[in-house]
Design a binder for this molecule. Structure first.
Ligand SMILES: Nc1ncnc2c1ncn2[C@@H]1O[C@H](COP(=O)(O)OP(=O)(O)O)[C@@H](O)[C@H]1O
Ligand SMILES: [Mg+2]
Length: 249
């Protein structure tokens, strides 16, 4: 008899292990194309050789769409950071290195970050002149084609008992500018109330890569605008403000 072990439960999806495989089960409010898009994105990432769980199946379970993938045993980096606060700096260093590792890959068939940002800016509730500013800012960015996870945060990293690191949750992956990916991670930390940690993260990324802080800063309004579209209602006001002004970090 198969047993089902829940590993994460969200209002609109459930992630559990069954027969040694992970089932990511989505509610009816997800469209078929949402699920196929997430699976295709993950599959493209799999093709690059990035350390990520391989997709095994996409199917319907009791009328709901599900993505079946390899189970990566271990703890998330978020869990480890919480359990071992004395090792936070060490884990942050590993976190930054992993994000840099992802940015070294190329996957020409992935959706383009620039197209996605243009589309998201249009979907915001910003006034038309702010939207225009953001589109203009975006079009002035250097063209880049790096794999950008799009939701790179410690809960999407699994550390195995052997100490190997795997990256999960590829629903938002695109190809584009690393600066945008870093700006999003920074924003996620700030929204989670970890301002100090966010600063430490950006400083370390800049130190390790030589990326100017100003460059990451220049992506923030665009990233905040895009995040405001699907963001939680209590975060929306802050994000809209961030999308509307020029100076941040
Ligand atoms: N293949 C996997 N193996 C082991 N654990 C996983 C796997 N995929 C997801 N998880 C766990 O489930 C959690 C939620 O999955 P995730 O794909 O990140 O969903 P969400 O989009 O809701 O964040 C992750 O943070 C991780 O702890
Ligand atoms: Mg996740």
């Amino acid at each position: 008899m198969s047993t089902e072990k829940i590993i994460a439960s969200r209002p609109d999806k459930k992630i559990y292990v069954e027969d040694g495989k992970v089932i990511k089960l989505f509610d009816e409010n997800y469209s078929k194309s949402d699920i196929l898009n997430e699976a295709l994105n993950q599959s493209r990432v799999e093709d690059t050789g990035i350390k990520a769980p391989h997709i095994l199946e996409v199917k319907k379970i009791d009328g709901k769409w599900a993505i079946i993938m390899e189970y990566i045993p271990g703890k998330t980096l978020a869990q480890l950071m919480q359990e071992e606060p004395e090792k936070e700096d060490e884990y942050l260093e590993k976190f930054v290195e992993l994000q840099m590792y992802v940015h070294t890959f190329r996957s020409p068939l992935l959706n383009k970050l620039r197209d996605k940002m243009d589309r998201k800016i249009e979907q915001t509730e910003l006034d038309s002149s702010t939207k225009f500013e953001l589109h203009t800012r975006l079009s002035g960015m250097m063209p880049r084609a790096k794999v950008c996870h799009g939701d790179f945060n410690p809960s999407n990293i699994i550390v195995t008992p052997e100490g190997e690191y795997y990256i999960v949750d590829w629903a938002h992956v695109t190809q584009g500018n690393a600066g945008a990916d870093v700006a999003r991670t920074y924003l996620l930390f700030v929204l989670a109330g970890k301002q100090e940690f966010a600063e430490k993260y950006v400083n370390l990324f800049c130190e390790k890569t030589g990326m100017p802080r100003k460059y990451i800063q220049s992506w923030l309004p665009i990233v905040a605008a895009s995040q405001s579209v699907k963001g939680k209602p209590e975060e929306r006001e802050t994000l809209i403000q961030w999308a509307s002004v020029a100076e941040y970090i």
